[in-house]
Design a protein around this ligand. Structure first.
Ligand code: 1HE
Length: 272
């Protein structure tokens, strides 16, 4: 077995609430404030932005998880309680947007591993990742109505795209939570696994993603969601350009040749 030692990433730069290591071609990033249930404060937001905008060469996928018994309790409410002006509130929200955009539209696909509370800004963070693996202990909620606040980390766009505006309104207005199973069937996670198995699954998926062509991964991250938001005419046109760019790389030529010369894996049933 090829055991690779983890190397710290950005040590001395990241806040104590974040841990990041490199394991081969993967970055493994942990929310590391379990005593506050991984509530997300400004240093954490800025740390995520710095980390995802400066991933070193050779990293080809990332895994994001939360330490302790919950993925994240969302916005650090002690900060929200101190907002001094309308302008400061808007700028605070925009800092979250910048950080989460670095995740969604960064260099590499990100797989999140969800367990326990995935609420408010924690769900907004998860929604900015490309693949979400939920353990059965995970539950989803948007208690903004109860707290007297609003989504501010991009959730009005990203979470509504995942489950629709009416479900987001229900969660925000009533404070109800969705179980891991409900979240899975509605599309909040693409994978549902038993407690304790999420990290292994997330690492396995990230490893698979890391073995793809980087140009294909980039197109899937950057072109696909923009095409989905475009009018169909522009979408088809952009798709044709992206298809041509992807298939005209030397790596694509080699991968296609490998298949045609029977050196590449087939697509068979049972791949989970
Ligand atoms: C926090 C936070 C927080 C916990 N900000 N400090 N999010 C919420 O409304 C969720 C609020 N949190 C909870 O409902 C519960 O904490 C949990 C269900 C997540 C976990 O419960 P539990 O019993 O395991 O922990 P706890 O005892 O409630 O919390 C442990 C400590 O973490 C405690 O602090 P301590 O000093 O008394 O030990 C809590 O105060 C602290 N803590 N959650 C600050 N969120 C960009 S806009 C996004 C808008 C939102 O995210 S709204 C959703 C906010």
């Amino acid at each position: 077995m090829n055991e690779q030692a983890d190397e710290p990433l950005l040590s001395g730069v990241l806040p104590a609430s974040l841990k990041a290591v490199r394991r081969g071609s993967l970055a493994i990033v942990g929310l590391a404030r379990p005593e506050k249930r991984n509530a997300i404060d400004v240093p954490t937001v800025e740390g995520l932005r710095t980390l995802f905008s400066t991933l070193p060469e050779g990293i080809r996928a990332a895994v994001l998880y939360g330490e302790g018994t919950h993925f994240s309790a969302g916005l650090d409410l002690s900060e929200a309680a101190q907002t001094a002006s309308l302008m400061e509130g808007a700028l605070h929200s925009q800092a979250w947007h910048r950080a989460f955009n670095e995740i969604q539209y960064g260099r590499v696909p990100v797989v999140s591993m969800l367990h326990g509370a995935v609420v408010g800004g924690g769900l907004e963070l998860a929604a900015s990742t490309h693949i979400r693996v939920a353990e059965r202990s995970a539950y989803f909620g948007l208690p903004e109505g109860q707290r007297g606040i609003f989504l501010g980390g991009g959730g009005t766009v990203r979470i509504t795209r995942l489950i629709g505006a009416s479900r987001v309104q229900d969660l925000m207005l009533t404070g109800r939570t969705l179980s891991a199973e409900e979240g899975y069937f509605l599309g909040l996670s693409q994978y549902l696994v038993e407690p304790g198995q999420g990290m292994a699954k997330a690492l396995e998926l990230a490893g698979r993603i890391a073995s793809n062509s980087p140009v294909s991964n980039w197109a899937i991250m950057h072109a696909l969601p923009r095409i989905a938001d475009a009018d169909p005419g522009m979408g088809y046109f952009t798709e044709s350009l992206m298809a041509s760019i992807a298939e005209n790389t030397p790596e694509a030529k080699q991968r296609l040749k490998d298949f045609l010369e029977k050196r590449a894996a087939k697509v068979l049933p049972g791949q989970s």
